[in-house]
Ligand binder design. Structure first.
Ligand SMILES: Nc1ncnc2c1ncn2[C@@H]1O[C@H](COP(=O)(O)OP(=O)(O)O)[C@@H](O)[C@H]1O
Ligand SMILES: Cc1cn([C@H]2C[C@H](O)[C@@H](COP(=O)(O)OP(=O)(O)O)O2)c(=O)[nH]c1=O
Length: 201
């Protein structure tokens, strides 16, 4: 089974991922975790470039989209596909939905073009369930508690488009995407995620 968590920055993904993995392992499942972009040598290098490049190394919107896709393609080949083949539960911190939202809905690239590149990058392997943690961007900003990185410093309007983009993507695939009200307590959110996963397992 392949699960992913997504949503705007600071919404509580890492917190929920940790709790979900602890619970799954406690239930006796073998769990493989990853982060997108990242979790391979190429992916971590691309992540560093994507999140920490300064003005001396501009990254245009198309290059940015393709760099996220390249990181994901390597992640699929080296981590996700072998883990699924070996019977593990894969839990990914973000996946293709983030590309559709950050680079298409909020970033202005055509959604269908990004989706087509996504089909190549993932080789058609998609999460069985995506947990979308939904929160007002201002509330998420307050939770973050550190300096914004390159993606996080794009301003309030971009962040509002992100939230709307995530909700629009969720509406396109309500069977697969569970939208969770992230204003709830950490434990209440964990409980919703856990009960949905228990039904799927
Ligand atoms: N439901 C919640 N309510 C209040 N604070 C939360 C909640 N979930 C996470 N936090 C806090 O918000 C901050 C960001 O959470 P984190 O899991 O790192 O978010 P993300 O991985 O989405 O950036 C952390 O300090 C975390 O303890
Ligand atoms: C996967 C992905 C992430 N992103 C962005 C979202 C985040 O701002 C950033 C990295 O995500 P994340 O792992 O959430 O970083 P953090 O350590 O800040 O929690 O990259 C995209 O723009 N496109 C993508 O395809």
């Amino acid at each position: 089974m392949f699960l992913s968590l997504d949503g705007i920055d600071g919404v509580g993904k890492s917190t929920q991922m940790r709790l979900l993995v602890e619970w799954l392992e406690g239930e006796g499942h073998r769990v493989v975790t990853c982060r997108d972009p990242g979790s391979t040598p190429l992916g971590e290098t691309l992540r560093e470039l994507l999140l920490h490049s300064g003005e001396d190394r501009p990254i245009g919107p198309r290059a940015e989209m393709l760099m996220y896709m390249a990181a994901r393609a390597q992640l699929m080949e080296d981590v996700i596909r072998p883990a699924l083949a070996g019977g593990a539960v894969v839990v990914s911190d973000r996946f293709l939905m983030a590309n559709l939202v950050y680079q298409a809905h909020a970033g202005g690239l055509p959604r269908e073009a990004v989706a087509m590149v996504g089909a190549v990058a993932t080789d058609g392997v998609m999460p069985d369930r995506v947990f979308l943690l939904d929160l007002d961007p201002e509330a998420a900003d307050q939770r973050r508690g550190r300096e914004p990185d390159r993606m996080e410093s794009r301003g309030a309007e971009y962040r509002r488009r992100l939230r709307a983009g995530f909700l629009a993507e969720a509406e396109l695939d309500p069977q697969c995407v569970s939208v969770i009200d992230a204003t709830q307590s950490i434990e209440a959110i964990h409980e919703s995620i856990r009960s949905a996963v228990a039904l799927d397992l």
